[in-house]
Each structure stands twice: as structure tokens, then as C-alpha cells.
Design a binder for this molecule. Sequence first.
Ligand SMILES: Nc1ncnc2c1ncn2[C@@H]1O[C@H](COP(=O)(O)OP(=O)(O)OP(=O)(O)O)[C@@H](O)[C@H]1O
Ligand SMILES: [Mg+2]
Length: 186
Amino acid sequence: MNKITMREEVKEKRLALYSELYHQYSHQIQELFFSIEAFKEARTIALTVSIQNEVDTYELIKKCWELGKVVVLPRSDFKTKRLTFFQVQTFEQLEETKWGLKEPKNEDKWKVSKEQIDLVVVPGLAFNRLGARLGYGGGFYDRFLENENFVKVALAFSFQVLTSIPTEEHDQMVDIVITEKEVIYT
Ligand SMILES: Nc1ncnc2c1ncn2[C@@H]1O[C@H](COP(=O)(O)OP(=O)(O)OP(=O)(O)O)[C@@H](O)[C@H]1O
Ligand SMILES: [Mg+2]
């Protein structure tokens, strides 16, 4: 299967999740995420704000704040295909971009450098047990993660874990995949 067909298939399955299960599974994933050592040790965590039926991160972000973690969220530059991270302390700091993403407002005082980040929650449509990842097709995270030493964690519903993922040379792997059923150390 090629990347384009696989993206469509996973998106369809994710939209079909009943809302009850969606919240239940998202909650289970969140609890497993909080249980891993890498989370406990991390001070600054890069996350994304969930859209559509991605694993819900609103509750997770709130919980991170309560636990005293520094939450940083990306702004995407579609010209350069680069991400810039900003510390976010309240959802009021977010704005909806023209691509339908919820991203932090572009305020210099909240900007955070790469070196400050301990753990990156990497978004994606599908993963495998070896850590291969199928993203949304922009290469944003592949560029951001290249030659860096973050702990990389993916949060995914179990149907997003597939046996084989088409990858290319530039694709970056994740270290841990967390589903509602299990924590997979890749
Ligand atoms: N480190 C890189 N340097 C240059 N080009 C890159 C790099 N990483 C990815 N690209 C380019 O970006 C494009 C999209 O990559 P890919 O299909 O792997 O996206 P993706 O992993 O699904 O996206 P994302 O990381 O935004 O979720 C490809 O054409 C690829 O060549
Ligand atoms: Mg990729």
C-alpha cells in the first residue's frame, strides 16, 4: 500500500470511532502515557492539539499543566515546512489557523528552543511496532526530529498500529507507541 492510500484508510477508520469509545480510549492512552518513565522524567513536553478524531489531547494537556509540566505546542510554517514551538499555559493562547489547526499565537516571549524540549509526542496517522511512522505528508516532524535526541512518543488508537508502514530515507522513527491496549517500546 502506498502512503496516500494508507492515509485515507486510517482517516476513515478514525472518523468511524463511536464518540463514547473515542473518549474512553483516549483516556486509557492518556493514563498509560502518564505511567511511562520518560513522561515522569520529562520537564518540557512537546504536544499537539488534537483535531478531528485524533487521540484527544485536551484533557492530557490540562493534566500536564496540573502536574507542573511545561507544555509546548508547534506552529507550522507551510512555506519552509518547519515547526516552531511555543510554551502554552492556557488554551486562550491558541488560535485557529487557516488549515484548521489549533496553534499557539506567534508571540516571541513564548518561543521555546529545541534544546529545552525533553519529550516529543509525535502526531501521525499510522505506526508499526518497530517505530515507523506515517505522518500527514508535509515532512514537518521528519525535519524537526532529524539529528535530535528527544524521546519520541506516539499516541495512537490500536487500529493505527499496522504491520507494515511505507517509509523513505528521511522518515524518523518513534521510540514508544502508546495505544489504549498497550505501551510498545519499539
Ligand atoms: N529532513 C528532510 N529534509 C528534506 N526533506 C524532507 C525531510 N523530511 C521530509 N522531507 C520531505 O517532505 C516530504 C513529505 O515527507 P513524508 O511523506 O515522510 O511526510 P510525513 O512524515 O507524512 O509528514 P509529517 O512529518 O509532516 O507528519 C517528502 O517529499 C520528503 O522528501
Ligand atoms: Mg515521514
